[in-house]
Design a protein around this ligand. Structure first.
Ligand code: CA
Length: 222
């Protein structure tokens, strides 16, 4: 999944991005609310982690604006402010969760996982489609109770396709999600990754290519 980190302190932004990428998510950084809005308008983003104290417009006004525009992506506030008024305000303006600094990376990641789960209409960390089971916490992938060995990129692509099963995931979106050190993957490399994934998944699920658009994962009919 792709997570936007809105944080003006470079050290905090690095620590958050590190925790996110260890959990196999892709982090995108913005140091101001304005930059965050630009990214939200141009990039596929599944969740935002927002600091309250930002240069220019603050985190409160960013959340308020997003909800006013009808954007329903999950928002987690991560701030040094622990006052009850700030907490209540942020949640009432439309934030979904509130965590104070200093934070425990494991807790931040678990909260992101819970928010992403809910946003995708699930209440557990287990994704099950036909004979395929993915544990989003451990990253373990099993088919008919047999462990499948897959690479980082294959896992990210599979988790994305499964989380959006039955819907098309654009090839460009996968290229962005699989970016390594900020370098977007080529469309050819995305195709190669999906092809390897198909080989490893066998008949457990079907990943259909929609010409010029992307891929759709469905429960296998066979
Ligand atoms: Ca700040």
């Amino acid at each position: 999944m792709r997570i936007l980190v809105v944080e003006d302190d470079p050290a905090a932004a690095r620590a958050i991005a590190e925790a996110i990428s260890q959990a196999r998510h892709n982090a995108l950084a913005a140091a101001s609310a304005e930059h965050a809005r630009t990214l939200l308008n141009t990039e596929p983003i599944d969740l935002a982690i927002v600091d309250l104290g930002l240069p220019g417009a603050d985190g409160f006004s960013l959340v308020k604006r997003l909800r006013h525009e009808g954007r329903n992506l999950p928002v987690l506030i991560l701030t040094g402010r622990s006052g009850i008024d700030d907490r209540v305000n942020a949640l009432d303006l439309g934030a979904d969760d509130y965590l104070t600094k200093p934070f425990e990376p494991r807790e931040l990641v678990a909260r992101c996982r819970a928010l992403l789960r809910r946003a995708n209409g699930r209440s557990s960390n287990l994704l099950e489609i036909g004979a395929l089971r993915i544990d989003l916490r451990s990253g373990r992938v099993r088919i008919d109770n047999r462990d499948i060995d897959i690479s980082r990129n294959e896992r990210i692509a599979l988790e994305t396709l499964c989380a959006k099963a039955g819907s098309v995931v654009e090839k460009n979106e996968l290229a962005t999600l699989l970016a390594c050190d900020g370098e977007e993957l080529s469309l050819h490399a995305v195709e190669a990754c999906i092809s390897r994934l198909r080989g490893k998944l066998g008949n457990s699920v079907s990943i259909r290519a929609l010409r010029g658009i992307g891929y759709r994962l469905d429960e296998s009919m066979s």
